[in-house]
Each structure stands twice: as structure tokens, then as C-alpha cells.
Design a protein around this ligand. Sequence first.
Ligand code: NAD
Ligand code: LMR
Length: 332
Amino acid sequence: MKEINVAVTGGAGQIAYSLLPRLISGETFGEDTKVNLRLVEIPQVVDKLEGTIMELIDCGFRQTGELTATSDIKEGVKDADWILLVGSIPRGIVVDGKKIEERSDLLKINGGIFTAQGSAIGEFAKSDAKILVVGNPANTNALIGKNQANNPGQQWFAMTALDANRAKAQLAKKAEVEISAVTNMAIWGNHSPTMYPDPNNALINGVSASEVINDKDWIENDYLPLVQQRGKAVIDARGASSAASAANAAIDTVKAVESPTAEGDCFSAAIASDGSYGVPEGLIFGYPLKTNSDGDVEIIQGIEINNFAQEKIDVTTQELLEEKEAVKDLLS
Ligand code: NAD
Ligand code: LMR
């Protein structure tokens, strides 16, 4: 059996509870890969992970390797192949008497976590490690972490797969097709209300979703705000931020990075811009991506961007530039 080292921060949180069994079950890394899992938590909570580990053992998956818990990020990420940075505070909570409404309001609270984690990853994780940031605001947290890691062989992603899954579900429902009929779903930009879940380049049975649906009013006034604000709607309805669907999206992202993308399809995640589509280099920006047969992840080029889409891409780019400016002290 192959062996892989995976570290997950926020191991005692809601998302982790849905995520962890699926990381060690053979589903994510393959039937023939043994997964050594390191769970990282803050010192006040780390003891609880013993209970989580007991449950993971009791799942009885044959792919389960060594299971450990630590509050030391350096120990957690040592020789890691994959690191899922989930640990951070969700919005909806009250800080200093004020409810945290937007993900960007979490910048000051969560941003600091990613400096220490980034430098530990840069120094101690494998030089070709892959890192998925789930904790919000995911794009700018990834920017901070990547900058601190300063290890060019490592690849940082921020999660937009949940947005892509939400967008596909809404398009499928409207068009009255199976969700598997919806492909090529690109989320451009930030995991925030400015994201652009692209309905023109998304396909329904191989035809542009906008053409199939043929209802501009629904696209602009129902579909877009619904997808952009779905995280808030879940928080309002559930009293807690999405967890099972977020864990599912994290698994989808790892699988998409680990296996070649089907011809004509894409997956969505935010990665460091190389200037593609006019986005300033270095911003962690949501793009349509593909994994090629060598296992490299590339931004898909040549996608047609109409004026409406360009306006949306400009807005989300601007927001990410503002977030970058707000954390400039954490980037130096
Ligand atoms: P949660 O509060 O249930 O769990 C978070 C856990 O992180 C807690 O157990 C906490 O102790 C731990 N933690 C905090 N600081 C840490 C640190 N420095 N090191 C290690 N662990 C630390 O929250 P959750 O519902 O699991 O959500 C986690 C994050 O994911 C939130 O920021 C949430 O907004 C975000 N999220 C992102 C997406 C996305 O699509 N990108 C989707 C859902 C949630
Ligand atoms: C989501 O999209 O569900 C998460 O980012 C949680 C949130 O704050 O919306």
C-alpha cells in the first residue's frame, strides 16, 4: 500500500467531524493508500481529539494509518503531503458585542492564524505539499499562508468548490436535469458575495447553461444572489455555518487535484494568479482549473468573458485587492 501524510487543523470542529472519516476511508486518496492523519487543534481543545480518534478507529477502515493529535502546528504538518487548513472562527459569532456578519470581517480574527501555520508548512511540510484553505476568508488566508510559507514547490488552494456545487445544484434544478448534466462550472474570484458563478461557460448536457435556461432575469436576480449568499442563508437557517457540505466540497477539491480532469470539464478552486484573465499576479483568485495527466494543476485558458462577466470579475478582483491591503502587515 502507498502511504500519505495528511494534516487537518480545526480537527475538533464541525467541518472536521464530517471530513475526517472520508479522508481515511479510501474514498479520497484511493483504496490502496494508507492515510496517516494528524489532527491539529488549539491547546484548550486538543484533548477532545482523543475522542475523535477513538471514533475514527471504530470506523474500521482498512486504509487508516497512524492517527495523532497535537496543538503544535510544526509537529502536525511535518512531512505532510496534504494539509487542510480548516481551523478558524466561522462568522455568525459575536465578538466584542458585535455579530460577525461578513467573511471579510473575520480577516483580523483569523488572518493571524495563517502566518504561523504558513511558516510551519513552508519549513516542515513536504516540498511538493498541497494545501487547501477552508477557513474564512479563505482566499486571503491562503494569500497570508502562502506568502509566509515561501516554498515555491508547494501548492496553495482556497476552497470555492462549495460555491461550484451550490451553483450546479441551482442550475440543474432550474433546467430540470440531473446534477451530473451540469459541467464546467467556474467560480471566479473570491469566496464571498462578490464571487461570479459563471452561467455562460457552465454547460448543461454540453450546451451553455445560460442558453438552456434562457431567462436573463432569473440568472441575474435569482441565481447569482442565491449562490453568492448561500453561506449566509445556511447560517440563518441552521444557526451554524455549513459543515457537511463544506466537508464534501473539501473532499471534492482533493479528489479533483489528485486525478486528471475530464476533457471539456473543469474544477473550481482559488490559486495564485499568474496574471491570467487580467487578474494581478499573486492574488489567490478563483479560476476554472484542470489537473493534467502529469498531475499538474493549470488555469484553463481561452474562456470567453463577456462584458457582464468582466464587470463581475473586476468587482471581485477589487475586493481581493482591498483584503490584501487590509492584511499587508501580515504579508511582510
Ligand atoms: P468550528 O468553530 O466548528 O471549528 C473550528 C475549529 O478550529 C475549532 O475546533 C477551533 O478550536 C479550531 N481552531 C481555531 N483556531 C485554530 C488554530 N489556530 N489551529 C488549529 N485549530 C484551530 O468551525 P467550522 O464550522 O468547522 O468552520 C471552520 C472554518 O471554515 C470557518 O472559518 C468557516 O467560516 C469556514 N468555512 C469555509 C467554507 C468554504 O467554502 N471555504 C465553508 C464552510 C465553512
Ligand atoms: C459558506 O459559504 O457556507 C462558508 O463560507 C461559511 C460562511 O460564512 O458563509
